[in-house]
Design a protein around this ligand. Structure first.
Ligand SMILES: [Zn+2]
Length: 336
């Protein structure tokens, strides 16, 4: 068998490994599909997560597959069952710094619990759609942190897989969605998913366009943009201060889902009168099972997020593709 390991900064390799054996409380999953995440690319740039000198960091955390073997103390899980893995709830934090990663043929899920770290997939949900659960749960948590309700005017900054996932949930919830990205290909995807309008900040005036699409709002005695909620899935630092200082209306909300690598300067003086709420969203404390429950209904839309499919043997090529703006989700077919 093979597994993708980070060895050093920008040094990632498909290494040989032995097949895992399930202990009494464990389950071994035959990985069918595992998506490449933006955070995988960051981990590679950093040379791994909590990696000991000479050690490796296995990656891959967006996986679905078939139950291959079940420990004797595990309840309710049967060989052959189709499941999505919730990596945040696994004892080894699969693909995020522990000893397991899911860019492999078989992955061990320690302390396997049905409905917790392993969620059953309906028969009509393909594995690659099941593997989309993780990024879609990140996206849904961002939307939930923004307390978005039907009729809200929402701007999504960044149309990578997380921003596009947000658009799926926002449209489903009945929000009025404006999507922003520098890459025309990504804006096309946003439109196809039902975003009502798109803005390219590289060529268009964001404030003027948001007013055109979301109307005007007020802050005390001055005009503002009518947008209710700003979702940051881009990590563009100057944009945040621009929203706070020049756009945000009274009591609007902003959720940061992007990973900002440097401190961001924000004009709190300008923010004072807006009474706006700025918060963050990370992971999916409550959303994973809800996403799985909606996969069947939304699978045609979700499938459009997958731009590339590659076998495990080409995962390193896939990492390069995932770094380009032309790609959306790069899916690795681990048993191809
Ligand atoms: Zn991810």
């Amino acid at each position: 068998m093979r597994i993708l390991n980070i060895h050093e900064v920008n040094d990632v390799r498909l290494d040989p490994k032995d097949a895992p054996v399930a202990g009494d409380k464990d389950v071994v999953i035959k990985v069918k599909a595992c998506g490449i995440c933006g955070s995988d690319l960051s981990y590679i740039k950093y040379g791994g997560i909590m990696r000991k000198p000479g050690g490796v960091t296995p990656i891959g955390h967006e996986a679905a597959g078939e139950v291959l073997s079940v420990g004797k103390d595990v309840e309710g899980i049967t060989v052959g069952q189709r499941v999505a893995i919730n990596p945040m709830n696994t004892s080894t934090n699969i693909g995020s710094g522990g000893p397991e990663g899911a860019f492999t043929e078989q992955v061990l899920v320690g302390d396997a619990r049905l409905g917790d770290n392993l969620i059953p997939l309906a028969d009509d949900v393909p594995y690659e759609i099941g593997a989309m659960t993780e990024p879609l749960a990140v996206a849904l948590h961002g939307v939930n942190r923004g307390q978005v309700k039907a009729g809200d005017k929402v701007a999504v900054f960044g149309c990578g897989p997380i921003g596009l996932g947000m658009i799926i949930w926002l449209v489903d919830r009945g929000a009025n969605v404006v999507a922003l990205d520098l890459a025309p290909e990504r804006l096309e995807r946003a439109k196809a998913l039902g975003a009502h309008h798109v803005i390219n900040p590289g060529t268009e005036d964001v404030r003027a366009k948001l007013i055109e699409y979301h109307g005007t709002g007020r802050v005390l005695n001055r005009d503002a943009v009518g947008t209710d909620v700003y979702l940051d899935a881009a990590g563009a630092p100057t944009l945040l201060n621009d929203i706070v200082s020049n756009m945000a209306k009274f009591q609007s909300r902003m959720v940061i889902t992007a990973a900002h690598m440097k401190p961001v300067e924000i004009n709190l003086g300008k923010m004072l009168t807006t009474e706006m709420t700025i918060t963050t969203a990370v992971g999916y404390p409550d959303e994973f099972a809800e996403v799985v429950a909606n996969l069947g209904r939304l699978q045609d839309k979700i499938a459009t997020l997958i731009s590339h499919r590659l076998p495990l043997g080409e995962v390193i090529e896939g990492l390069k593709i995932a770094a380009t703006p032309q790609s959306a989700k790069v899916m690795i077919e681990c048993d191809a």
